[in-house]
Design a protein around this ligand. Structure first.
Ligand code: UD1
Ligand code: UDP
Length: 373
């Protein structure tokens, strides 16, 4: 049996891991065992437990209960605790997702123990080294044996850094997830009714990225823009706990106009809201792509994006954090129609299967030559 230790900690990682974990259980149970480690980075019920329950993710064998603090402290505590788990479990592979501090800690702990790392969402770059995520993903990629790229842009980014060994273009697990849950969400979620929203007649907004929330000017501009939009169209803002706190601390929460601020919503509700929205405004990586998957115009309140295809194809407007630019993009997106999409740049919807197959194949090859991967 191939033993994989999967490290997750933040909301988007639970969602991505759900796809791979389901594939492992349904299609590879005779070849692979998976041990889930939750670092504890996200810990509120509505940021963590609800995803495990709704997406049918196995209960983590370990919850390290590490959250908060500065980056170094959080990552350092995770590194120590993940290392302990790896020494105990002695896995054949460590599987990591995305670009959070949990990703970085998992990659570092494994690499130092000479355990091969498989990185899902490898090769993404914003080329902004001030983003903690950019640092995390560059280091994680450098330490990984298998680099699972969601897009051809990600493959090209790695090639530009001279990395080709172990690079696999598998598509995006978030696309797998979207295909799996889109109908289910429409049928099962009561979010529209409970929030008093009408299909096609509201804007959905999210904001949590450090570069926006930690900068009072940028956060102020975003608040101004959302408040202005809420004067003409209902705006619902499922709010990340980080943003709730920073809005309250700065008093900006009083300036949100008619914006309907709600707690973070469970995944099926989010997917239902995304599909029903007239427009989505966000700084989230995952939400940008979900807007794209569901054919909803997206306004990205950042200066750069890793998901360049959404912009190149004309479905995503990258506007930074100026109220004027956000408002202009909003007006434009009310009029414009989305250009037709010939083929998804995010793979064939079977990214999870490609990932697990490749890990199994790589393990088979290394046992055939009598060594470790
Ligand atoms: C993290 C990731 C980011 C990812 C995001 C997904 C890093 C560096 N950042 O950002 O890449 O896009 O998750 O949502 O890893 N908090 C709570 N309850 C929770 C979780 C967080 O109250 O369940 C609050 C705490 O005050 C915490 C703050 O939010 O200190 C920030 O959480 P943290 O995990 O450090 O960063 P995120 O902004 O969530
Ligand atoms: N999401 C959710 N409920 C919310 C907000 C987001 O289920 O209230 C989902 C969203 O659909 C997407 C993922 O969380 O799949 C994105 O996570 P987030 O924006 O926190 O992180 P990022 O993708 O930017 O790293």
């Amino acid at each position: 049996m191939i033993k994989i230790v999967t490290i997750v900690g933040a909301r988007p990682q639970f969602i991505k891991a759900a796809a791979v974990s389901r594939c492992l259980r349904n299609e590879f149970a005779d070849r692979v065992t998976e041990i889930l480690v939750h670092t504890g980075q996200h810990y509120d019920d509505n940021m963590s437990t609800v995803f495990f329950e709704e997406l049918d993710i196995p209960h983590p064998k370990y919850n390290l209960e590490i959250s908060g603090g500065h980056h170094g402290a959080m990552t350092g505590r995770m590194l120590e605790a993940v290392e302990r788990v790896l020494l105990e479990e002695k896995p054949d592979w460590v599987l990591i997702y995305g670009d959070t501090n949990s990703t970085l800690a998992g990659a570092l702990a494994a690499a130092k123990l000479h355990i091969p790392v498989a990185h899902v969402e490898a090769g993404l770059r914003s080329f902004n080294m001030r983003m903690p995520e950019e640092i995390n993903r560059i280091v994680a990629d450098r330490l990984s044996t298998l680099l699972f790229c969601p897009t051809s842009a990600a493959v090209a980014n790695l090639a530009n850094e001279g990395v080709s060994a172990g690079v696999e273009s598998v598509g995006d697990v978030m696309f797998d997830v979207a295909l799996f849950y889109r109908e289910r969400a429409r049928k099962q979620s009561a979010a529209l009714a409970s929030l008093g929203l009408v299909e096609g007649a509201f804007a959905l907004a999210t904001c949590h990225r450090a570069e926006n929330t930690d900068d009072p000017d940028r956060l102020g501009e975003i608040v101004t823009a959302l408040a202005e939009i809420s004067a003409s169209l209902p705006v619902v803002l499922p709010i990340h706990p980080r943003t709730r706190k920073l809005l309250a601390d700065s008093g900006l929460d009083k300036k949100l106009g008619n914006v309907k601020v709600v707690d973070p919503v469970p995944f099926l509700d989010m997917v239902a809201l995304e599909q029903a929205a007239k427009v989505i405004l966000t700084d989230s990586g995952g939400v940008q792509k979900e807007a794209f998957f569901y054919g909803v115009p997206c306004i990205t309140m950042r200066d750069e994006t890793e998901w360049v295809e959404t912009v190149d194809l004309g479905w995503n407007r990258l506007v930074g954090a100026s109220a004027m630019a956000i408002d202009k993009a909003f007006q434009d997106s009310m009029q414009g129609k989305l250009p037709p999409l010939a083929k998804s740049p995010y793979g064939d919807g079977n990214a999870a299967r490609h990932i697990v197959s490749r890990i199994v194949q790589s393990s088979d090859q290394s046992s055939a030559i009598g060594g470790r991967t």
